[in-house]
Write a protein that binds this ligand. Structure first.
Ligand code: ATP
Ligand code: MG
Length: 318
């Protein structure tokens, strides 16, 4: 887009995954990783892979986990010059193990890692002042340094005619503190594109019932809503009552992490490249589905060519 790159602000992590299904980490066990991760980083990786102009704001430590992330995003075509390398704190990390019922156990090091230690700087200011689109993940709102950057960036990007997308990305049982909840609702109201999954739609709208939620969100100024439904597909809602249901691609799920972020990154990038909602939905759905077939949160993010090949060779739910 002529207005400038898509920018994402937030946590950058490595993920280390248990290779066996079970409960937690109380015994020595086989692990695989580090994989580049962090919801905002996955989103921007998918943008870059699809050929959209993309930049990431965040921080890593001066260690191999940090280099894994920076190298990965660089290879994807993402501008990494606003990823700070913290001299003292290690790169953020998440150890993950899937339980039998599909739920997960985590050991996190985020709040006290480099992932939470960045802020507004001359370099970030320079980037935001030429940003065309800002994407915000709800998960970044619990990181104070990200909050500061996001607050400033939203105003600047909107004032220069840029656009905003928001993925609520909060588990429904997560109780935000009053201040964060207020910030979250302000972001939702400022969003041009909202990318909720499941119950997040009603949560963002502050009202129950899908139709009520959609109506309310358009009333408060949202322009476009895409609801993600995991293996059941996704639905686009337009301001003038348009609705497009995108059936999911039929794949074998190896690792569900990152599907929503890849979906969002692909959908947004395709829209910014000038595609219709219908076309963008196809690429978003393909990006989400392809990503779950590969272990690692962003290892399955696809290029345009890879997604075209995936679309041509994969059946869809009907
Ligand atoms: P995340 O766990 O990354 O936060 P999310 O809840 O935001 O994910 P999902 O709805 O899980 O988002 O996935 C986004 C999209 O990716 C879906 O709407 C669907 O198109 C596709 N997708 C996800 N999982 C599958 C699957 N198992 N099979 C096919 N498509 C999938
Ligand atoms: Mg999500």
């Amino acid at each position: 887009d002529h207005l400038g790159p898509t920018v994402c602000v937030g946590e950058i992590l490595v993920e280390i995954v248990a290779t066996t299904v079970g409960d937690g980490f109380l015994e020595a066990q086989p692990l695989v990783g580090p994989f580049a991760s962090g919801a905002p980083a996955i989103f921007i990786s998918q943008c870059g892979r699809l050929g959209g102009a993309a930049a990431m704001v965040g921080a890593v430590g001066d260690d191999d986990f940090g280099r894994v992330n920076i190298d990965r995003l660089k290879r994807d075509g993402v501008d990494v010059s606003t990823i700070a390398v913290h001299p003292d704190y290690p790169t953020g990390s998440a150890f993950v193990r899937y339980r039998k019922d599909g739920s997960r156990d985590f050991v996190y090091n985020i709040a006290r890692s480099a992932a939470a230690r960045f802020g507004w700087s001359p370099r970030v200011s320079d980037l935001i002042n030429r940003t065309g689109h800002l994407h915000v993940m709800g998960s970044a709102l619990s990181v104070p340094s990200a909050r500061e950057v996001i607050d400033k960036a939203v105003d600047i990007v909107k004032a220069r005619g840029g656009t905003l997308s928001v993925d609520p990305n909060i588990r429904k049982e997560l109780q935000l503190d009053v201040e964060t909840e207020r910030r979250f609702l302000r972001l939702v109201a400022a969003a041009d594109l909202l990318l909720p999954s499941g119950q997040e739609l009603e949560r963002a709208a502050g009202i129950t019932g899908e139709a009520n939620a959609i109506r309310r969100l358009f009333e408060i100024g949202v322009n476009e809503i895409v609801l993600k439904r995991g293996a059941e597909g996704a639905t686009y809602f337009g301001r003038n009552g348009e609705r497009i249901d995108a059936p999911a691609f039929l794949v074998e799920e190896v690792d569900p992490t990152g599907a929503g972020d890849c979906f969002g990154g692909a959908y947004l990038t395709c829209r910014r490249l000038g595609m219709s909602p219908d076309e963008a939905l196809t690429y978003g759905s393909a990006a989400g589905a392809r990503n779950v077939t590969v272990r690692g949160p962003m290892e399955g993010a696809g290029t345009r060519q890879e997604l075209d090949a995936f679309i041509a060779s994969t059946e869809r739910l009907s």
